[in-house]
Each structure stands twice: as C-alpha cells, then as structure tokens.
Design a protein around this ligand. Structure first.
Ligand code: MTE
Ligand code: HPA
Ligand code: MOS
Length: 758
C-alpha cells in the first residue's frame, strides 16, 4: 500500500480547512497583535477599525461570554490580551469582516495606548528574576557529589541550544459554522480535536456536546498544532457564536510565525566525569527552558527533557535539574521529540568534550557507555531488551565506523582547507505520553451493506500516514483489500475524549483500538458464517475477501457474508478501545515505568567543511533503525527520512532570531532557512532492524514519528569535528545551530568579524 493521500495531494484534490466550499455569508477574522513584547495596556480603541468598509465587528477580551483564559496544562493564557501584553504579536483584538483584506485593514486601524515595559528573552535572566512557571525539578540517581573523586576526567561547559519554527505548510486555521440551538461545527487544523472542543466550550460557556470538531487532515503539525491550534478555533467560534454567521480564521504565514510558539530553546550547564577507560561515572546537567509567555505544554516537554537527558547511556550517578523559565516570547510548545532532543543534546556535547580531552573518537565513548538490557534509568524504567545494542552493532558493522574514521583522518591529513568530520548518534526514545492518562485510543469501524468499510479513529492525519496505517490495519484484520476501505475524518461526535495525535503513539493507540473493533465485527460475522456452513466459528477465516473454512474456500465472498450478517441483524459496526498495559508514572516523584517500550537506532553522519568559506556539505547520513515490523514501508521510510531532515535542519541552518526587544526577526522564509532537498545528504542510507517484531505494537510495529529526528544531532558534531580538524574548537561553550556564520567563527576564533564583513 502507498500513502492513501498521495494521489490526492499531487493532483491538488485533498481538502484542508479552507478548501471546503465557503458556506453562505462566511466572514473572515484577522488579529491586531501587540506591537511590543511586554507592556501595560492603557486603552484599546477600535472605532476606526470598525469603520473600515466590510468590517462587521471587532472583539476584545470583554466580549468573551465564558472563561477567557485558556491552556491545556494551566489556564494561564488570555484568549485576547487585556491589561498586559506578554509577547510581541500577542492577539489583542479580533477583527471580523466580509473579506480577509477588510479584516486585515481593520487590524491595522486599531489604536492602542500602551506603557512599554522591559522584556526578558533569556531564560537564565528570567530564572534570576524569579520568573519561573513551575518550581525547579530534580531527578537523581546514585550520588554525583560522591562520584567526582573517582573520575579521571571531569569536564564542564555550557550549551546555548536554539529553538525551531514548525514551518508546517498549512498555517493555523479554523472555520466555525453555527448550527441550531447554540451548536457549532468547527473545522480546525488541530492535532487535538478534544482539546479544541473543551476549550471552545469553556470560552463560550457551553457544554461540550454542543461543540463538534471535525478534522480531515493537517498540512503538517509537527507538534505545533498539539496545543496551539486551539486559540484560532476559539476565536472563530467566539465570533461565529456572537454573530451567528460562519467565521473563518486563517493565519498569514507572517502572523503564524510571530504569534505561535516554537521548539523551546534551552540554556544548559553540564558536568561530566569519566574514569581512565572512558566509562562515564557521573553526569550533572541543569536545563533552563525558555518557555515563553505561558505554560502551554512547557511542563510535559521539560519532563521528557529530564527523562531523555542521558539518551542511550548507562550512567551510575546522575543529577538532572530543570526549570521552565517565563520569557516575553510566544509560548513555546510541542515539537517533534517533545523536549527529548533538548535533553539529549547536552550529554552529546559532554561526551564530545570528553573525547577531545581523552583523544578518543566520541563514538568510542558512546559505545563503551551504551545502556544494555536490565539497565535502569534515573526515572526507574528498566531496559527490557538488547535492541539498542543490536542497532548500534549493526550500524557499526554495516557503516564501518572504524574504517570511516580512518578514511576521514587520512583525508584531513591530506587536505589543508577541506576537512571532514564524522559523528554517531544513538537514540533511545520512550514511546507513550508521559502523562499516562493520555495513553488511550479509540476506533469506530463501519461495514456497510455493499461491503465497503469506513474507519474513524482519534488519530489525526498530518502527513505522517496514520490514515493509511488504519486502512492497512483494517485490511489485514478483516481480510479484504485496501481499496474497499476508507478512512473517515476525525470527529468528536464519532469519537469522544480524543488524546492528541502526538508522542508518536497515534498508530499504536488507535491502530490497536482498530484491531479490537475489527475483531468485534469479525466475531459476529464468523458466527453467521458458521451457522450458514454448519461448522464451528473457530474454523472460519477471511482472506482476500473470501470466506475460508479450515483454510479452504467456501465459495462465500466477503460481500455475501456482509449481506447475510446484516439480514441476520448482527452488528456490522463496532467501537474499539485500547490502552497500553503496565505503564505508570508518578509525575511528582519522577519515578515509574512511563513508556510502553522504546524506539532505538543509531545514525552515522559525515560532513565536509570548506574551511575558507565556512560552508559545509552533509555527505552522508546512514542509520539502522528499529521499526519493529513496519506497517507500510514507504510511509515508514518517509517518517525516518523526514525526521532526520528536520533534525539536521534544527542543528544547522534553522536559526530563530529575536531582537533585544523581543521581536521575531527571522519572521519569513527569506530570513528563516530550512533545509531543502539539495542541502540534504546525497547518501541517505536507512536500514531497518530485521526480525524485530514488537509485541506491543499493532501488527508488530513500533512508533516511528519522532525518534528519527534526533539522528540529525549527529550532523552538528560531524561538522564541528571537521572544524576541529582545522582549528581546535573550544568545547566549553557550545552554540547550536551550526549556521555557516557560526562555522566561520569557530574556524577563525581569533579573527574579529568587522561590521562590514558581517
Ligand atoms: N510527519 C509529517 N509528515 N507531518 C507531521 O506533522 N509530526 C511528527 C511526526 N511525523 C509529523 C510527522 C510528530 S511531532 C509526531 S508526534 C508524530 O508524527 C505524530 O504522528 P504519529 O503518532 O502517528 O507518529
Ligand atoms: N509527548 C507528546 N505530547 C504530549 C506528551 C508527550 O509525552 N505529553 C503530553 N503531551
Ligand atoms: Mo509530536 S511533538 O508529540 O506532536
């Protein structure tokens, strides 16, 4: 099977929120955003805005009939700013007009009196000023304090780790359509329809059953629409409810970039201690998370940072301290890896720093310290299998780490201005929401009397292929071809209390639920077949749309049996509910077994740096990944390559720049560069672990969406190692991303880059 949307996408037929024909009388919304990052609102004057031809209404905080404060973890964010503004671009007024243009003109005509206050953009500074969203969290294992005296090498340093713009192709958008009796139908580009439903209900002061959310697909989410699609749905719903007309809100790219949060940047301090052989004895890290203005998902993101702070390594003494710091930036949010990449980056920096001191390649230290079966992480979960080592060993063998290292060193000794670097990134990523209750999936399978099948689950299609996976799972469960199955939109009236499509767990949770639903239907159908054929239902099976008895064709087709089942008044629809077994996590103690299992892999990246110009080329990225038994090969490969590309982008080209006064400078695709096809390595060699069925995953599969992102981290070190071969790098202060500008600074640390060169 291929991705079920591919033909629709390339012919432009796939529907997104604003592709559905406009309902009569639909209005459009636009925002007047705060012109300063931090200020006290003295007055908002919308008189002129309201006079713009086409403008129908202008709404501010006072117009909200229900609760004006929103937020999934803590309701600390005003839907429209009042009294105070907390980031540049924060919506203050919603202008609703007959056309998008009129709405935007209205936004420009809003007048504001504001007392500007100094903004904080640095998390360290925020921490110093007591601006934290939650108390400091500390995870401890063993005693780092006692361990230092046994260490041969002790190295410490700091990391300045950048954020990342989601850059989904489809910006945030929502369309609200009023129905009878205060009911509203909302099309929203959200990863979390039930969060939207709940928040809209709260904002409007209505019960949730009056709000229906429908999502066909997203043009990418990447975590950016896990929590932050909610706002725009609330805005559209608010205007639609007050005006009793359909209202659509579509953010322009510029507004989406300045009004929505990104991957959290972090500042970090680390200290690592090793014995003479390279065994890591102690690791101590402090994470200052740049959370932005409100809580959003900062708390669970930071939690995953803590859990993944030792990545794939066995370390006897660990201390991890972390604090979410409040700054005057848009609220940072979920982004592929959900804090995991930020947790893993500093341990890789620490290992790299140790390798430079010890004169050993970093991958040798990584190898020595790789966690083995029965290792217990600092949060209490044990590694239950040896797949991490299998991935590493297979990668080391297939991609010849030792030989590659020798080849790179030979190249570097022969070339003066071109240098190569090599780096390996192992990944051990926990699968499950760390908020245990979220780990539930639901599916509704309908078999119609013509034999066609529709499957609707809580899973949101955002390009990652969950719809295709659900079709394939139905096909294999029911024994009928994929052409007979359609995946329906995700709708809160079909499935209640949907967990966000996130944590890479969407296919796991909803796929297992789909298998349960299919089996319920099959049970009934087999009973009907057994009665018809005069045998026991246990000998009935269905393959290729044929009904088999003891494995032989009975002449009865799927369609025949569907008709007989219907005529027998046996249900042809079923709801399946699934929750993974044996997971628990005490969020306060930071202890338990949060993950259903881990997804593993190891990736080796080679890069070449042009040491005169400061530009580089990623030559290759080669990896072994544990996919379990994959469901649809092309979809899985797409996830691995896409994740890797996004990870490489994060640590190389993608640089978020804010001015001193908190304005986003990299606010367009002309100033924010993400990798294109040409930038990516010519040689991307992705291999999957064989004979690796995952008993917990549907059809033996493993979650694949996020883990490959972290392979990209190897690109940072590959480039830096190449630089190091030209000019020794000071590893005590690490700045990420490694933009060409940053590369040049490291190549020529003593050169003062004058204004005109810059
Ligand atoms: N792939 C595409 N094409 N588009 C996306 O938005 N999101 C990523 C990943 N892969 C994303 C994607 C993120 S952040 C997650 S959590 C998972 O897909 C979510 O889907 P899954 O749970 O089905 O893996
Ligand atoms: N991953 C992704 N999204 C989440 C998580 C998580 O662990 N927890 C809450 N939302
Ligand atoms: Mo993904 S960051 O869990 O949406």
């Amino acid at each position: 099977m291929k991705h079920c949307d591919s033909a629709l996408h390339v012919t432009g037929q796939s529907n997104y929120v604003d592709d559905v024909p406009n309902p009569a009388g639909m209005l459009h919304g636009a925002f007047f955003g705060s012109p300063v990052a931090h200020g006290l609102i003295k007055s908002v004057d919308t008189t002129k805005a309201a006079q713009i031809p086409g403008v129908v209404s202008v709404f501010t905080y006072e117009d909200i009939p229900g609760d004006g404060m929103i937020g999934g973890v803590v309701a600390d964010e005003p839907l429209l700013a009042f009294q105070e503004t907390s980031f540049h671009g924060q919506p203050i007024a919603l202008i609703v007009a007959e056309t998008v243009e009129a709405a935007r003109d209205g936004a420009k005509a809003c007048e504001l009196e504001i007392e500007e206050l100094p903004p904080i953009t640095c998390p360290r500074k925020a921490f110093e000023k007591g601006q934290i969203l939650q108390e400091l969290r500390v995870f401890e294992k063993g005693s780092v304090g006692d361990a230092w005296k046994d260490c041969e090498y002790i190295i410490s340093g700091s990391v300045d780790l950048g954020g990342q713009e989601h850059l989904y192709l489809e910006t945030n958008r929502s369309r609200a359509i009023p129905k009878e009796d205060d009911q509203i139908l909302i099309y929203s580009s959200t990863q979390s329809p039930s969060a939207v439903q709940k928040e809209v209900a709260s904002v409007l002061g209505l019960p949730m059953h009056k709000i229906e959310i429908d999502v066909k697909r997203l043009g990418g989410g990447f975590g950016g629409k896990e929590d932050q699609a909610t706002h725009w749905a609330c805005h559209a719903a608010l205007a639609s409810q007050l005006l009793k007309r359909p209202v659509q809100v579509v953010l322009s790219r510029a507004d989406d970039m300045r009004m929505t949060g990104k991957r959290h940047p972090y500042k970090q301090d680390y200290k690592i201690g090793l014995d003479a052989k390279g065994n890591i004895l102690a690791y101590d890290v402090f994470h200052y998370q740049n959370s932005g203005a409100f809580m959003d998902l900062s708390n669970p993101v930071l939690e995953r940072t803590c859990l993944h702070s030792t990545n794939a390594y066995a370390i006897p003494n660990v201390r991890i301290s972390a604090v979410p710091c409040r700054t005057h930036l848009p609220s940072n949010t979920a982004f592929r890896g959900f804090g995991g990449p930020q947790g893993m980056f500093p341990i890789e920096v620490a290992i790299d720093a140790a390798s430079k001191q010890m004169g050993l390649p970093a991958w040798k230290i990584q190898e020595i310290n790789l966690a083995k079966k029965n290792y217990v992480f600092h949060y209490g979960q044990e590694l239950e299998d040896d797949r991490l080592s299998r991935c590493w060993d297979e990668a080391a063998r297939a991609f010849e780490f030792e030989e590659t290292q020798n080849r790179v060193e030979a190249f570097n000794s022969e070339n003066r201005f071109k240098k190569k670097g090599l780096a390996v990134m192992p990944v051990c990523f926990g699968i499950s929401f760390t908020k245990t209750f979220f780990n539930q999936g639901s599916s509704l399978v309908h078999v119609y009397t013509d034999g066609s099948v529709s499957v609707a689950t809580g899973g949101i299609e955002m390009g990652q292929g969950v719809s295709s996976n659900m079709i394939e799972i139905c096909s294999r469960s029911l024994g009928i071809p994929v052409s007979q199955i359609k995946s329906n939109s995700t709708n809160t009236s079909r499935i209640a209390n949907i967990s966000p499509s996130a944590a890479s767990a969407t296919t796991d949770l909803n796929g297992n639920a789909t298998i349960i639903a299919c089996n319920k239907i099959l049970d009934g159908m087999k009973q009907v077949a057994a009665e018809d054929l005069g045998c026991d239902s246990s000998v009935i099976s269905i393959e290729n749309a044929k009904v088999l008895k003891d494995g032989t064709d009975t002449g009865l087709s799927w369609n025949d049996l569907v008709s007989k089942t219907y005529m027998s008044r046996v249900p042809l629809m079923a709801h399946g509910f699934y929750t993974p077994p044996n997971i628990h996590f005490d969020g306060v103690k930071g202890y338990g077994r949060p993950f259903h299992y881990y997804t593993y892999g190891a990736c080796v990246v080679e890069a070449t740096v042009d040491c005169l110009r400061g530009v580089y080329k990623i030559d290759s990225a080669r990896l072994t990944h544990d996919l379990g038994r994959g469901i649809i090969p092309s979809v899985d490969l797409g996830q691995v390559e896409g994740g890797l590309a996004q990870g490489i982008g994060w640590v190389t080209l993608e640089e978020l720049k804010f001015s001193e006064d908190g304005r986003l400078l990299s606010n367009a695709l002309s100033t924010y560069k993400c990798p294109d096809g040409d930038f990516l390595p010519d040689n991307m060699d992705v291999r999957f672990l064989e004979n690796a069925d995952n008993p917990g995953g549907p059809l033996g599969s493993k979650a694949v969406g996020e883990p490959p992102f972290m392979y990209g981290i190897a690109a940072f070190f590959a480039i830096r190692n190449a630089i190091h071969a030209f000019s020794p790098v000071n590893t005590s202060e690490t700045v990420c991303p490694m933009t060409p500008e940053q590369t040049l600074k490291l190549l020529y640390p003593n050169f003062s880059f004058s204004e005109d060169i810059a």
